[in-house]
Ligand binder design. Structure first.
Ligand code: HEM
Length: 282
């Protein structure tokens, strides 16, 4: 079956759109590499861009399951694997570029991974994501049964490690790292709420998660600045409350969470599409 077919063998617009969205950053990176658009340190720039896309796509892949519950739209499941594999592809490119930047000196790369804590943490995330990628095929899902779900729950551990890796190497420029950490924390809250059997279609539950997610984002950012730069955490929290010229990550997370809280209402107005036969039997 082609990548853009659904389980019933039909062309899926959703899968095509996802495939395009996942591929475009790689094409732009390749174009910049060919046309000399990567600046004075092309490897450095490419390592950063591929790392950024790996963690962004990983975050979006983790949003699929909550989105299915919030929108009561099971068809989204068809893009989860594509997003996961896409994140892994960017990650492999990220590491390959790093190895190339080190002149393919594998002993040196190995010792850097052992000696630099942020790389050790990144490596642990890589091992988990590689194991998940290797077991993402239908045959493996069938073979592993319940153990497949247990194994694939490790994706949250990998995402947390990847976020720490991101924070550690960004040092003081922690804007996007805080944003990603905030989205990941909010996704963790959706998961917790679903485990506690709270309805993810209830706008009030979603609004509460949005507020908690915003607060956790501000807390994570403050904690990071305190640990990395000794800036008092209260000063960072104050900066979050003051709405300065740049909108802090916590506000973006809150705004996104509140927008999500409106979705079930919109969904009910638009109506639920009929499920395909493949989805009904899944
Ligand atoms: C063996 C594993 C890994 C190695 C050796 C590695 C290496 C690196 C290096 C060398 C940098 C640039 C550091 C600097 O310029 O000071 C970096 C940045 C980064 N890495 Fe990794 N990494 C690994 C795993 C991961 C994983 C698992 C993810 C996410 C899924 C990830 C995402 C990122 C991100 C987002 C950045 C920052 C990009 C930016 O600042 O714009 N890396 N990594």
């Amino acid at each position: 079956m082609a990548l853009w077919h659904d389980r019933a063998g039909r062309v899926s617009g959703l899968k095509i759109a996802t495939l395009v969205a996942v591929t475009v950053p790689a094409l732009m990176l390749a174009a910049d590499a060919l046309l000399g658009g990567l600046g004075a340190r092309p490897y450095d720039e490419a390592i950063h861009r591929s790392g950024d896309w790996a963690i962004r796509i990983l975050t979006v892949s983790l949003a699929v399951t909550p989105a299915i519950r919030i929108l009561t739209y099971p068809r989204l499941i068809s893009i989860r694997r594509m997003l996961g594999v896409g994140a892994l592809a960017y990650l492999l490119l990220h590491v390959l570029l790093y190895i190339a930047d080190q002149g393919f000196d594998l002993p040196k790369v190995g010792s850097e991974i052992v000696l630099r804590t942020y790389q050790t943490i990144g490596f642990a995330a890589l091992l988990i994501l590689a194991a998940l990628g290797a077991t993402s095929f239908d045959g493996m899902v069938r073979r592993l049964g319940r153990r497949w779900t247990q194994l694939h729950n490790l994706v949250y551990v990998a995402a947390a490690l990847a976020a720490v890796h991101f924070f550690m190497q960004t040092k003081i420029q922690a804007y996007e790292a805080s944003l990603i950490a905030g989205f990941l924390l909010t996704l963790g809250l959706y998961r917790l709420a679903a485990k506690r059997r709270l309805a993810l279609t209830a706008p009030l539950v979603l609004a509460a998660i949005a507020v908690l997610g915003g607060l956790l984002t501000a807390g994570a950012e403050a904690l990071w600045f305190w640990a990395g730069t000794s800036v008092p955490p209260l000063r960072v929290l104050e900066a979050n409350l003051m709405l300065p010229d740049t909108i802090r990550p916590a506000w973006w997370v809150l705004a996104a969470g509140l927008a999500v809280a409106c979705l079930p209402v919109l969904r009910r107005r638009i109506g639920t599409p009929a499920r395909t036969p493949a989805e009904r039997t899944a």
